[in-house]
Design a protein around this ligand. Structure first.
Ligand code: ZN
Length: 281
């Protein structure tokens, strides 16, 4: 099942090129507001699985918004790939490294992002979307709390991220306007041949910068759901940015950071591609 935010309306993928507007197709049972559907995820997916109507809207990339426009909470996971921990010069974490991106930083899968001053870097990531309230969930049950997966960029301004002693600005450095692009679509876990092994990466100006697989994550999505939900309830529509593989600009010699005019293309197998360019703030 593929769920789109098309012109700010919830749409259900029918073919690779076309979708059904859900408010219309369900005769108003489900509203156009895509964020609202996560609170009724089981009811919605039961309806969608039985729906056999035709598509009525074209999937136009330029009209896609974030599949989760207003997540209640966003969790970010640091150093979750062995090769990325190594390039950062840090030991493998014994427990997940957790930060937040403030929800107002969410944006859609294409378009311009204003580049703030400083050292702006890319981090291609798989993003898990929560579909049921999760409290003290064991890893064995965790996938049933995940509505689906999408691609994300954990954009990061490194100078603010590492400023201060001790450095406590991860959250702000990762939350500038537009620093949490997600999309282009939410894909339910059953659609993947192996939901624990998804290829992902990104290119800057056509050059491949990151190219990894989620099977290399230190803490899997079920382990992250278990770890986080032991502390705080995970809510329908929450996002977990699950960490980035190696190849970030900050770890390169010389550093290769995002500049005004750069194009950033982010891809995840079975999900699709996001395309952003950077403009003056
Ligand atoms: Zn990250």
């Amino acid at each position: 099942m593929r769920i789109y935010n098309l012109d700010n309306r919830l749409a259900l993928g029918r073919t690779p090129e076309a979708a059904a507007d859900v408010e219309t197709a369900s005769r108003g049972r489900f509203p156009a507001d895509i964020q609202a559907v996560y609170a009724r995820w089981d009811e919605f997916t039961a309806w969608a699985a039985a729906f056999d109507g035709p598509p009525d809207v074209a999937i136009d990339e330029a009209r896609l918004g974030p599949p989760v426009p207003r997540p209640p909470q966003i969790f970010g996971i640091g150093l979750n790939y062995r090769d990325h921990a190594a390039e950062s010069g840090l030991a493998l974490p014994e427990r997940p490294v957790v930060f937040t991106k403030f929800p107002a930083s969410v944006t859609g899968p294409s378009g311009a992002i204003a580049r703030p001053a400083g050292s702006v870097d890319f981090e291609a990531e798989l993003v898990a979307v929560i579909g049921r309230r999760a409290e003290r969930v064991a890893r064995e049950e965790a996938w049933s709390y995940v509505a689906g997966l999408t691609a994300g960029q954990d954009l990061s301004e490194r100078e603010l991220q590492f400023a201060g002693s001790p450095p406590q600005q991860f959250n702000l450095g990762k939350s500038f306007t537009g620093f949490a692009p997600i999309g282009p679509v939410l894909v339910t876990p059953d659609e993947f041949a192996d939901r624990d092994d998804i290829a992902l990466g990104c290119l800057v100006n056509g050059r491949q910068m990151q190219d990894g697989r989620t099977a290399d994550m230190i803490f899997s999505i079920p382990e992250l759901v278990e770890y986080l939900s032991a502390v705080v309830p995970l809510l329908p529509g929450d996002l977990i940015f699950t960490g980035t593989p190696s190849g970030i600009g900050w770890a390169r010699t010389p550093k290769q950071l995002l500049q005004v005019g750069d194009e950033l293309v982010t891809h995840a197998a079975g999900i699709g591609t996001m395309r952003h360019h950077f403009v003056e703030q």
